[in-house]
Design a binder for this molecule. Structure first.
Ligand code: 13P
Length: 249
């Protein structure tokens, strides 16, 4: 049985004092969950958040990283730096990064490799645009993204990788994929992984759904056979709402 992993992606929101207030309110609400709970916070909140989640079941992630460990890359933060302060997870290849910051399948692959070699667990995002969905090429787009993201990644590493299927048209729009559509695409991702690494590995990989997840739809999504939890944007900014998603049962 795969566990459910529910991660909040705060994107470019929350000052350190707001992050601390959030954790103070949120931690008691999720302390009894069996699900894994992750908060992916802005760089400027990381250190405060890490201190504040001590003694709780909440894990902390970053939202991006550079693939080099150090060097002349003004404004960038490396996986080695994240690891040095105790970060455990890092989102890689979010569609907003692909769209606004020119990330490609190649840079996503480099970042995943660097994250793994620094002992970080990548949450790798894939997703199709509305146009691609309407053209009926979702499966090709998604399996191609997965294939390229996982190039030269060993089967052994798959236990440390989370994949987040986030249809771009569902992000921040209030439009959620139907549970059947989301499950179907996630199944296709799992099949792709089975083709590359074997069924055993594929059966163990955590694959989340993301895109307008809220407390009112979390249960129906997370109870689907192949959906192993969610990557949650807007609804992860409110402790009460996000705790209801974590405690969806
Ligand atoms: P929303 O939940 O706000 O749609 O965002 C989803 C997302 O992009 C999480 O990474």
């Amino acid at each position: 049985m795969r566990k459910k992993v529910i991660a909040g992606n705060w994107k470019m929101n929350m000052l350190p004092n707001e992050a601390i207030d959030f954790i103070d309110q949120f931690a008691p609400l999720v302390k009894n969950t069996e699900n894994e709970v992750i908060l992916c916070v802005p760089y400027t909140d990381l250190f405060y958040a890490l201190l504040h989640v001590q003694g709780t079941n909440i894990k902390i992630g970053a939202q991006n990283m550079h693939w080099e460990e150090s060097g002349a890359y003004t404004g960038e933060v490396s996986g080695k730096m994240l690891k040095s302060i105790g970060v455990e997870y890092v989102i890689i290849g979010h569609s907003e990064r692909r769209q606004y910051f020119a990330e490609t399948d190649e840079t996503v692959n480099k970042k995943i490799k660097s994250a793994l070699s620094n002992g970080l667990k990548p949450i790798v995002c894939v997703g199709e645009t509305l146009e691609q969905r309407e053209q009926g090429i979702t499966k090709n787009i998604i399996t191609d993204q997965v294939e390229k993201a996982l190039e030269e990644i060993s089967a052994e590493s798959l236990k440390d990788i989370i994949i987040a299927y986030e249809p771009i048209w569902a992000i921040g729009t209030g439009k959620t994929a139907t549970k059947e559509d989301a499950n179907e695409t996630i199944k296709q991702i799992r099949e792709k992984i089975a083709e590359k690494y074997g069924q055993n590995v594929a059966d163990g990989v955590i694959i989340q759904y993301g895109g307008s997840v809220k407390s009112s739809n979390a249960k129906e999504l997370f109870e689907m056979s192949d959906i192993d939890g969610g990557l949650v944007g807007g609804a992860s900014l409110k402790p009460d709402e996000f705790s209801k998603i974590v405690n969806y049962k």
